[in-house]
Ligand binder design. Structure first.
Ligand SMILES: [Zn+2]
Length: 206
């Protein structure tokens, strides 16, 4: 969660670090499917929003790996695509969260807690995989910080699950989901703005 979804510029990666990064990409991709499926089955908006973060992160790192050594224009176009899809998904979460507000009915609290805990473990696994490279270049560090912040975000989902179980209300789920979607939207906007600046610079030097 948070502003961790910024694309990174990886250069001169060692084989070991590349492998670690691919492992983290796979963990994020698998968790996207697991958490999104759980979000639909338990009707939890917070799980769906958190799943979005896994999707965003796996796509971001995969793109960053794929465009190593590519021209600035290619990298900027990849960022633009990423920012636009993240923004679109955040809007969908925001709108469906609003609709859920009128539907009423609380999500399944124990699924929220269980999958929230699984997501926490997945992010902690990423933190440990990247631990060795944490003090390397700033991009590596920012991926590490991202997984760490996401683990903190997962605690928010788990707490929302407890609050839903305790109150029998959908509110804690909707508040956490709305907050996450708003953060993604902000993140998407900053990615798009940065990509557009880079595109303009690439065109003026071409
Ligand atoms: Zn993230």
């Amino acid at each position: 969660m948070g502003k961790c979804c910024e694309p990174q510029v990886f250069t001169g990666l060692s084989k070991g670090y590349k492998r670690a990064l691919i492992a983290v990409i796979l963990i994020n991709a698998v968790m996207f499917f697991v958490e999104m499926a759980a979000g639909f089955s338990s009707q939890s908006q917070a799980l769906k929003a958190d799943a979005l973060d896994f999707a965003g992160d796996s796509v971001t790192y995969a793109i960053s790996l794929a465009v190593i050594g590519a021209a600035v224009r290619t990298r900027a176009l990849a960022s633009l695509f990423k920012g636009a899809s993240l923004g679109l998904m955040a809007l969908v979460i925001l709108v469906t969260t609003g609709l859920r507000f009128f539907e009423g009915g609380a999500p399944e609290a124990h699924t929220m807690g269980l999958i929230g805990a699984l997501a926490f473990l997945a992010n902690m696994a990423s933190v440990f995989i990247l631990l060795k490279w944490r003090d390397g270049d700033s991009n590596v560090r920012s991926v590490w910080l991202c997984s760490r912040n996401d683990a903190i975000g997962n605690v928010g989902v788990i707490l929302a699950g407890f609050a839903v179980a305790f109150t029998g209300s959908a509110w804690p789920d909707l508040i956490v989901a709305g907050l996450m979607a708003a953060i993604f939207l902000q993140s998407a906007a900053s990615i798009i703005m940065q990509a557009r600046t880079e595109l303009k610079q690439a065109e003026s030097t071409a």
